[in-house]
Design a protein. Structure first.
Length: 199
């Protein structure tokens, strides 16, 4: 399991022993102060941390002479990419490992091609704070679809390769109208999950 923290580190945990087996400092380069880690993602040997407006990448491939019983500690990232000016709220790597998506505190949705490191911002953004995202499914035709949510009470379904908005859903209803319900708490979108088949 991988976790991130305001202490500027991400840690990998062995769930069998409940011990930390790896530590990653959220620094773009040696000598910098670490940044708080807002989100983490892992695919294969690559670890990705969202720290401020940066995506930090760590290649965890160990040299052959490395003792696997020793805790692997990486003092700074092997690669760093700035997505915008606002802190990243959440990010995730696509099921096939080809793209990384992120949403920031300004509601912008970013997609990075992990082979070329090319970054693009999707045309539709949230009004205000973007909170969460999830790739829709590993199954075609939904494998390039990305669902995002925010404090604007909207769920947006984007097509990442064509950079278009496919659907928009609102979590708010017509509270207070005749026959309607009354909202005591605004239905902000705080988290998203999608069923395995993407339906």
């Amino acid at each position: 399991m991988l976790s991130g923290s305001d202490d500027g580190t991400a840690r990998m945990w062995d769930l069998a022993t409940l011990k930390c087996i790896s530590s990653f400092a959220a620094r773009r380069k040696a000598g910098e102060d670490p940044l708080p880690v807002n989100s983490v993602s892992m695919r294969g040997r690559h670890i990705y941390l969202a720290a401020g407006p940066f995506v930090l990448e760590y290649d965890t491939k160990m040299p052959a002479e490395h003792d696997v019983e020793t805790v692997l500690s990486m003092p700074h990232a092997t690669a760093s990419t700035r997505l915008g000016d606002s802190d990243i709220s959440q990010m995730d790597v696509s099921h096939d490992g080809s793209q990384l998506a992120a949403i920031d505190e300004d509601g912008a949705v970013w997609v990075m091609d992990l082979a070329t490191r090319a970054v693009s911002m999707l045309p539709e953004k949230h009004d205000g704070f973007g909170t969460c995202l999830a790739w829709r499914s590993i199954m075609s035709p939904w494998d390039k679809e990305l669902v995002t949510g925010g404090m604007d009470m909207r769920l947006l379904v984007h097509r990442s390769d064509k950079k278009v908005l496919l659907h928009e859903m609102r979590t708010s209803d017509k509270g207070g109208e005749k026959g309607g319900s009354t909202l005591f708490n605004p239905p902000f979108v705080h988290a998203i999950d999608v069923s395995a088949e993407g339906r």
